[in-house]
Design a protein around this ligand. Structure first.
Ligand code: ATP
Ligand code: MG
Length: 645
């Protein structure tokens, strides 16, 4: 934004103890392969690698391909072997108020039992296993047991419908589905296993790949839980009865670790493939440096669900590879009330809290009296991910949650990138609210125009990743061509990965991600980013959230249409709308003033909490809605349409 933006340098105390340092940037730039090899050597390799990147079959990369390792051993056993078995790995907090702590030793036993049982039913390296579970410890145990055996897991968010589950199970060809009998919603049990039964079908319609369904008892709510003899087994009768001793085997660095479907914000979800050695290297490296993690002192909490990549990398693989102690919370932020997260931070002394802008805006709407009622002084670092964070929300997070003391890491990355790509380094970078600042050491990114020319500071263009990185996706499951078309065709000549997002370097060299390029608007020849107009609207004190789209406009090409949620209901919408338009004119330019501002009760979001602008565009342009399969609540559109009528 403007050069008057306040900059937040790290405090001298933070700098003095930081894991990261300025020299990492030049070291990585001078010899990226050696830099990444050094990071990879922080892991335990059964067979050390001698090679780094192989890009000869671009865009299909391999990293450390002649090395062998076991991902689960790296996340669990090696900490036990190093005498840290009594350290808590997971403080699990159940939705209805139950809780459970798992030390690294206990985790090792549990993962070993699951691995022994999975092997006993004939699963072999390379087989796929679908995991459709709420946030219970067994979900993480199941993921790690898959990793231990070289199985490829695909976690499907438990809020998805049975149809969405079936599509993913079929696409992945999963042999086993792991689920729970039910899940808690606001303290009440709700069915889950029945959704699996519906998804898997029967007779002619039965999912062809699935041989077994393993059911963890969670809610115990249904004495007549439907059961398919021969297919269904209880976890407690099988896994829990298996031996806690399991001899792990090492796998190739390129052994597929998981496939995960993208959130579907921009279209139908893609099955992203990640492998082992490079992915774990980048997950562990970013966790250590971007979260400044200190073992035996920090209590980390990533609030994502394991159904998203954020949960994979920063609940499971990144923290556990570093021997961290972390919170895993099963429920929503407002059950039983809006104090839930703050109670957890206080009770466990959380030091590092990583969440999404959508939740921060929700906290703002609830009001600062909620966090102010708690002692949050254990916090020392905050993070955000998922969408651009509006500067207003950033400052609120910094002040109200972080007590003007905690660095904020705004982390830009994707399901496809595997781990953080753009982010400040805490203790090194002076942050500008709303900017992800720049590529991490070892990562290379550019902002370019249509022809791939690098743009000067101040001009917005396409965000590209011009060098391969260890955690990069290795493909789209079963669809070689879609992988090439989706990510590598826009800048095929240069061989760059195009992320789909627009960005700009500002005059001080800070990198701003401006949202999807499909969302960049063209108003009378001016390119205006939806993210910036949204941030200007959110800066108005009455506005809680805003979504902006460019709708076809006969005179200007595109007209800016905004949908806003108010902090609290007001009778004078007209006056507010005038003020909001003025706010945009002042913050950005009169050209960016929305043509139309709709005050609505809700915004359409994906299950991972992102605003689905493409559907709002369908509404504004009077079309039928596109793919809504990952939308939380389709009924929001009735309310939105009635506001516009
Ligand atoms: P699909 O690819 O199916 O449309 P999706 O892109 O929402 O879904 P994810 O991989 O979960 O799926 O999200 C990655 C995207 O989220 C990025 O491309 C970017 O648009 C957005 N994003 C993530 N973190 C940030 C951030 N810190 N700042 C700005 N945008 C972010
Ligand atoms: Mg995407």
């Amino acid at each position: 934004m403007s050069s008057t933006d306040q900059v937040y340098p790290p405090s001298p105390e933070f700098v003095a103890q930081a894991n990261a340092n300025e020299a990492m940037y030049s070291r990585a730039a001078n010899d990226p392969e050696e830099f990444w090899a050094e990071q990879a050597r922080r892991l335990d390799w059964a067979v050390p690698f001698t090679r780094g990147l192989d890009w000869s079959d671009a865009p299909f990369a391999t990293w450390f391909a002649d090395g062998k390792l076991n991902v689960a051993v790296n996340c669990v056993d090696r900490h036990v072997d190093a005498g840290k078995g009594d350290r808590v790995a997971i403080h699990w907090v159940g939705e209805p108020g139950d809780s459970r702590d798992l030390t690294y030793s206990q985790l090792k036993d549990e993962v070993s039992r699951a691995a022994n049982y999975f092997a006993s039913i004939g699963l072999v390296a390379g087989d796929r296993v679908a995991i459709y579970m709420p946030m219970v410890p067994e979900a993480i145990i199941a993921m790690l047991a898959c990793a231990r055996l070289g199985l490829t897991h695909t976690v499907v968010f438990a809020g998805f419908s049975s149809a969405a589950l079936r599509a993913r199970v079929d696409d992945a060809g999963a042999k086993v589905v792991i689920t729970t009998d039910g899940q808690f919603r606001r303290g009440e049990p709700a069915p889950l296993k029945t959704a699996v039964d519906e998804a898997l079908g029967s007779g002619d319609d039965a999912a062809p790949s699935v041989e077994k369904v393993i059911v963890v008892r969670r809610t115990n709510h249904d004495p007549d839980l439907p059961w398919v003899a021969g297919r269904d087994v209880w976890w407690e009768d099988t896994v829990a009865e298996a031996s806690p001793v399991h001899e792990p085997e090492a796998f190739d660095a390129e052994q597929p670790l998981f496939l995960l479907y993208t959130s579907g914000t921009t279209g139908s979800p893609k099955g992203i493939v990640h492998t082992s050695g490079g992915y774990l290297t980048q997950a562990a490296y970013t966790f250590h440096n971007v979260f400044d993690h200190k073992e035996a002192r920090d209590v980390f909490w990533c609030t994502a669900d394991i159904g998203w990549v954020t949960g994979h990398t920063y609940i499971v693989y990144g923290p556990l590879a570093n021997g961290a102690t972390e919170i895993v919370y099963e429920g929503t932020p407002n059950s039983p009330d809006e104090h839930r997260h703050f109670n957890i931070i206080e009770k466990y002394g959380v030091t590092t809290y990583y969440t999404a802008p959508t939740l921060i805006r929700t906290f703002m709407k609830w009001g600062r009296q909620v966090p102010d009622a708690h002692d949050l002084t254990s916090l020392r670092l905050l993070g955000t991910v998922g969408e651009p964070i509006n500067p207003e929300a950033w400052r609120w997070y910094y002040d109200v949650i972080g007590g003007n003391r905690c660095p904020i890491v705004d982390t830009w990355w994707q399901t496809e990138t595997g781990a953080h790509m753009l982010a400040p380094l805490p203790g090194v970078t002076a942050c500008v609210p709303g900017s992800a600042m720049g590529p991490l050491p070892g990562i290379s990114a550019k902002v370019v125009d249509d022809n791939g020319n690098e743009l000067p500071q101040g001009e917005q263009g396409y965000l590209v990743l011009d060098k391969p990185w260890p955690g990069m996706l290795r493909g789209i499951w079963g669809d070689r061509q879609r992988f090439i078309d989706t990510y590598w065709s826009r800048f095929a000549e240069q061989g760059w990965y195009f992320a789909g997002d627009g960005a700009r370097y500002d005059e001080n060299g800070a990198l701003w991600v401006l949202g999807r390029v499909d969302d960049v608007m063209n108003v009378s020849g001016h390119r205006i980013s939806t993210a910036e107009v949204e941030s200007a609207l959110v800066a108005h004190p009455a506005v809680a959230e805003a979504a902006v789209i460019g709708a076809a406009d006969e005179t200007t090409g595109q007209g800016i249409v905004a949908f806003v949620i108010l902090m609290e209901e007001s009778d004078d919408h007209d006056a507010l709308i005038t003020q909001m338009r003025d706010q945009v004119a002042v913050d950005i330019s009169p050209i960016a003033k929305p043509r139309e501002i709709n005050i609505v009760p809700e915004l359409p979001k994906t299950r991972s909490g992102k605003i689905m602008r493409r559907l709002l565009k369908d509404v504004a342009e009077g079309r039928e809605l596109g793919d809504t399969s990952t939308l939380v609540d389709p009924s929001v559109f009735e309310a939105i349409r009635s506001q516009r009528a």
